[in-house]
Design a protein around this ligand. Structure first.
Ligand SMILES: Nc1ncnc2c1ncn2[C@@H]1O[C@H](COP(=O)(O)OP(=O)(O)O)[C@@H](O)[C@H]1O
Ligand SMILES: [Mg+2]
Length: 250
């Protein structure tokens, strides 16, 4: 089977009035079915831009993205997106935040509700269906955002620093939860993070991007077996790889 996602020589230049800004320069890589890929790199190197391009939300200046062998020209239901901020609708309950994409599509509230309930259970929010966003912790909000991204049953999940604003312990817990969901749903995941530790803990493979214009500086395979366990964070293998990844980011 071929790769699920292909980025082929992606270049992105943002055009301003007087000046233009080269954000990405010839970025190429492939992601296999069911793979968990993490992208790390310094702030401003174009990680979010790259993810927007992969999601069909922004057209690159040049280069192409292929999803399942087909050229990507616009956003698709096959792709779910989770951003750093959950961006929930404050006047809608948890359940109705998750059903929103289906309601927009015209699905009956009843049917949409059933799917949303199952996903909320999957992300560990059973019992919070009728809560409002202001009643949730940051970690819970991101769980809702993940459930909402899964509602179309996308083959690919794109995550842009989804746990970046959480405290370290909650983040650790969310990492384990994300692996559980990934394993249960067998999705292909591309996740941007600025945490080397998070990338190694989660990923099968890590792409290191270097500063502007962003390009891929190095690729690492993560040799840790699965399921991943928190004690791996303190193992020798983990330490060695952390150092190598750190050295690849200038
Ligand atoms: N919509 C935009 N218009 C102009 N410049 C942008 C836009 N979005 C991002 N940039 C610039 O492109 C560069 C890469 O940004 P971004 O993709 O957000 O990087 P990262 O996610 O790695 O921090 C930055 O210099 C940023 O200022
Ligand atoms: Mg970013």
């Amino acid at each position: 089977m071929g790769p699920v996602l292909v980025a082929d020589e992606i270049t992105m230049t943002y055009l301003g009035g007087q000046r233009s800004l080269e954000a990405l320069e010839c970025v190429s890589f492939q992601v296999g079915a069911g793979e968990f890929l993490c992208i790390v790199g310094p702030s401003g190197c174009g990680k979010s831009t790259l993810l927007l391009v992969l999601g069909g939300l922004v057209q690159p200046t040049s280069g192409k993205v292929y999803i399942g062998g087909e050229l990507l020209t616009a956003p698709r239901r096959q792709i779910g997106f989770v951003f750093q901020k959950a961006n929930l609708m404050p006047w809608r309950t948890v359940l109705r935040n998750v059903t929103l994409p289906l309601e927009i599509k015209g699905l009956k509230a009843e049917e949409a509700g059933q799917q949303a309930r199952e996903l909320l259970k999957l992300v560990g929010l059973e019992g919070f269906e009728d809560a409002y966003p202001h009643e949730l912790s940051g970690g819970m909000e991101q769980r809702v955002a993940i459930a909402r991204a899964l509602i179309h049953d996308p083959a690919i999940l794109l995550l842009d620093e989804p746990f970046g604003s959480l405290d370290a312990l909650t983040r650790e817990h969310m990492n384990l939860e994300l692996l559980r969901i990934w394993q249960a749903k067998r999705k292909t995941v591309v996740m941007v993070t600025h945490s080397i530790q998070e990338a190694i803990f989660l990923a099968d493979r890590i792409l290191v991007m270097s500063s502007r214009p962003g390009h891929i500086e190095a690729t690492f395979s993560v040799p840790l077996h699965r399921p991943r366990r928190l004690e791996m964070l303190y193992g020798a293998e983990f330490g060695v790889l952390s150092k190598r990844v750190r050295q690849a980011i200038h």
